[in-house]
Unconditional design. Sequence first.
Lengths: 215, 215, 249, 222, 222, 55
Amino acid sequence: MSTGSTDPALRIDALSCVRGDRMLFRDLDFDLDAGELLHLKGENGSGKTTLLRALAGLLLPESGEIRWRGADIRRLREEYSRHLLYLGHLNGIKGDLTAVENLRITAVLDGFRLTESRAWEVLGKIGLRGHEDLPSKHLSQGQKRRVALARLLVNRASLWILDEPFTALDVAAVQLLQEVIRRHVDNGGLAVVTTHQAVAMIGEQTRSITLGSRA
Amino acid sequence: MSTGSTDPALRIDALSCVRGDRMLFRDLDFDLDAGELLHLKGENGSGKTTLLRALAGLLLPESGEIRWRGADIRRLREEYSRHLLYLGHLNGIKGDLTAVENLRITAVLDGFRLTESRAWEVLGKIGLRGHEDLPSKHLSQGQKRRVALARLLVNRASLWILDEPFTALDVAAVQLLQEVIRRHVDNGGLAVVTTHQAVAMIGEQTRSITLGSRA
Amino acid sequence: MASRLVNWFKFSSPATFFPLARKIGVVSTVIAVALIAVGLYMSFFVAPTDYKQGEGYRIIFVHVPASWMSMFIYVVMAGWAALGLIFNTRLSMMMAQALAPTGAMFAFLSLWTGSFWGKPMWGAWWVWDARITSELILLFLYLGYMALRSAIDDPRRADRASAILLLVGVVNVPIIYYSVQWWNTLHQGSTIRLNEESTMDDTMLIAMLIMTLGFWAYSIAVAMSRLRTLILERERSANWVRELASRGG
Amino acid sequence: MMEPLFWIVRRDLTIALRRRSDIFTTLVFFVIVVSLFPLGIGPEPDTLRLIAPGIVWVGALLASMLALEQIFSADHRDGTLEQMLLTPQPVALLVTGKVLAHWLVSGVPLVLISPILGLQYDLSFDALLTLIVSLLLGTPALSLIGAIGAGLTLGLRSGGVLLALLVLPLYIPVLIFGAGAVEATVSGLGGRSHLMMLGAILLGSMVLAPLATAAALRVAED
Amino acid sequence: MMEPLFWIVRRDLTIALRRRSDIFTTLVFFVIVVSLFPLGIGPEPDTLRLIAPGIVWVGALLASMLALEQIFSADHRDGTLEQMLLTPQPVALLVTGKVLAHWLVSGVPLVLISPILGLQYDLSFDALLTLIVSLLLGTPALSLIGAIGAGLTLGLRSGGVLLALLVLPLYIPVLIFGAGAVEATVSGLGGRSHLMMLGAILLGSMVLAPLATAAALRVAED
Amino acid sequence: MAEFFHMGGYALYVWGSFGVTALLMIAEPLILRSRARQVRRRLARMARLEQEVTQ
Ligand code: HEM
Ligand SMILES: Nc1ncnc2c1ncn2[C@@H]1O[C@H](COP(=O)(O)OP(=O)(O)OP(=O)(O)O)[C@@H](O)[C@H]1O
Ligand SMILES: Nc1ncnc2c1ncn2[C@@H]1O[C@H](COP(=O)(O)OP(=O)(O)OP(=O)(O)O)[C@@H](O)[C@H]1O
Ligand SMILES: [Mg+2]
Ligand SMILES: [Mg+2]
């Protein structure tokens, strides 16, 4: 309840989430500060996705509070969204638009402009050279994921919430993504990440929380 | 073109697949025999899914032949399906049915009966205890994948075609699945598997093919 | 027998048919221009004025050929589609695709000229007569075919899906035709009828036939030209097209 | 042979009953569409009686078509359809099962409620009876024919409207004979010959439509 | 403020134009539905003229509703909708953009073709004019109201029919004043007052509908 | 001549029919030709690009 100037960037306070009859987790508390990465662990069905969606404000928790720089995110709404980048199990790209168009429209909605040439550049960097102007529905599973992840290279959000970002990616892409996340955190960003893959998320700033097994 | 008695179980002959303008692979040849596992490798978008769908008979290749025990699979149709189990990027389960119901209906369509108690048992084995009679749309990403994979424990098909079966699974489930595949192959089954994860698919019977990088 | 089969299949390859399509196109263009010119001359200057309908009846010389062609082309398309499904030949699917817009155009023209005839004869632009209604439905069938094709991006998939639609459609066309006939005759109270002119003047009949043959040749010419474009687009990665492109520009 | 058919029907019925709104909504759509016309046209009973058979039939046709749109799309999206194509069962058989389940869920309630709607338009007892019989013969034919369209438009973005464009022209004979039967009864001619035509259409589509639909589904999954 | 709106409109128009059939099919659906009625009812011109305004308006309503079904579902399925809810833009604004694009694609062509359909039913010049104006005012209102229903039914399997159920009752006032305006013109009373009511409904829904839709979308993504 | 165009009072209908027919039947080949040109130009461009890449 303290709203002093020493607030951590993200504070979770006595958070509980229920799905159906099942209490997924109860009275979860943690803080996350600039430059920290939280690796959320837990077996299948332990509630990781649920927690991440609650953190993003997409899902109303049963009880408890989520505070961003001291203020409840339910109050902040669009103000909170400005600082947030959420990437879930779904890619959030339109199959009928090309990778370039997808990236540019997301940028505009996120509140900044991205020139066409910059979009091409970013997509090339993430390994989609030669596929930039194909309707994305034709892309392979991993390529679609890459289009979604390209946002990470241009976004200005400080809090990244990534749900299984490594699925469907090949080895090269996994490495690239790890690098990108590490750089974000090193530059003072925050990240909450889940993954089952044995991906090294090293760095002294990495913390981890394991959600309990099925209640 | 030889139809002698020494035919390999699965023979791929001069297979080429085209998507849009792109020739994904050209003149691919390989054989696969009983007791062999083929690990299909290749970066994102190299055509693994396309090849697997062609092998399953879902997709018409541009040219070339796929023969099962000497006969073209286009001719065999339902006869080939009897020997085949394909699991793609999609899980193929109905969100409105429970795990038990999903498993049983798949069994009937595959041509055999599965008692209710046997279904519960199998689902318990694959780690869904306590979730067997929840509509599967409420399950987590990994749990849904497990429902789909439960088929492997009861199926009698000899050829398994698995497209990224390990996605979304946690460590325990990955191990279990590896074990199941190994046992199938040891018992004289065939398997074609893709995966980007650094999963050990060991055994002297494992072969691997790497699809070329983007043409 | 076997060698003749081989021969046919040779022509079913887009590469070999491409130059042939040009020749057929040129010949039928010449025929079409000639026949339509003669037909128009006869329609306006040889055929006598109708004693009942005055000069207005001259619409018949475009109306009837357009109506016939619209029905005929649909059947031909279905034939190509069946061939394509059975022998898995791309060319026959492209044939069907190349004919569709022309068939739709004739169906539209039949409706248009019919309306422009109906207004002076019946006093209304449109009546729900059986033949008119089934022509309208035929136009919908054409549009459905084209819409389905354009909604599917992969041309090979579009080929097969639209072929199925054509076959289903062609089974239904007679059913639709007779049901509409029945619907209309059962409770058609008004006196409006297409006049069945059994006593048509010979010159009228000949003019009409010539126009029909002209439209026929026109359809072939246009279809061949469209087919060539389709072949180029679809086979653009084939070697012979690349060579053609780098030579011709 | 019959067992997979039975299980498919059972599966789809279970799913439909689990979300009861499915049955309910097709019905209510039908009722609303039929009741909209007096609002658009005006309340004169004579006009209404004149147009009643046509309106009820067009309403049934639209309701059946709308409900049909979903018949394969959910299965396509979650991958159960591609699994069905890979089972050792003949696809046309599975299609028949799905269409049958669909008709039980969406067609039958519509037939059952039609006399009430007919009463709203002041139809006689004989006419109501013919209405029921004609719908009983006509709606399964609509489902079967519509399934072809649903298969062809599967996975295409503009699915709903495109489906309508493909299927409505093919529905026309059913509409003509269905509404015609009722009208003939109203005007005292008797609707038997119309009903027999409807029956013939139903038989024909029972044989041909599943094959065409199966072919369409194979194409859609390519 | 206006830039995201502009981009959303542009995005949706691009998608629609990339598959040109989208525009085309709503239109053809409208034409077909309107042409179905004579087949069900019979070809007498006098009866038809009487019911023409009602039929054209019901056809427009159904076409607009059907096309609307797709407005959010694709975005929901591929996750772009949840991303939209997470942008710093007000959701109601984004909704307005999507509805506007939708109306440009599906509503405008419908307005443009309506006079031809009117001609099929033998309407006078004045009546045709009123028909166009009433559709011009009415169809955007239909799109706005329909979007609420589309949002509410998002992600439910039986989306299509359920949507119809929720939205049709709200459509009724639009239908009554729209068809009423044309009828009043036909009968020589003049349709001005009806048209003014339509305008009022349009204004009201422009203000309220995007807010309601935004709220519905938030619920759907929970 | 004027009489010919007058068509015994049916000018609008006769010329409306023949006119639109002629219009469409002339327009269709023209549209086709321009599309054929476009396609050929695109193919030529693709061929040039390819040559540049291989050189
Ligand atoms: C929109 C309106 C109309 C449409 C869609 C239409 C359609 C057709 C069709 C499809 C045919 C060929 C049918 C066959 O050969 O069996 C045809 C033939 C014909 N139509 Fe029309 N028609 C229309 C209006 C009219 C009008 C207003 C007249 C004259 C008053 C007319 C006179 C004829 C004649 C004389 C034939 C040739 C008869 C024959 O070969 O048996 N049509 N029309
Ligand atoms: N209506 C419900 N009734 C009971 N349990 C439910 C209901 N809805 C969801 N659940 C349970 O809630 C959990 C959802 O967890 P969530 O999706 O957050 O898991 P996760 O940790 O992301 O798993 P994964 O690693 O597989 O993605 C599952 O165990 C699921 O069974
Ligand atoms: N219409 C099209 N035009 C051009 N390229 C296409 C088209 N459709 C598909 N492709 C290409 O075909 C490839 C599809 O490959 P596929 O899905 O088989 O890859 P994959 O090896 O399974 O990849 P992943 O590991 O990401 O699952 C992609 O590179 C895609 O860009
Ligand atoms: Mg999860
Ligand atoms: Mg893949």
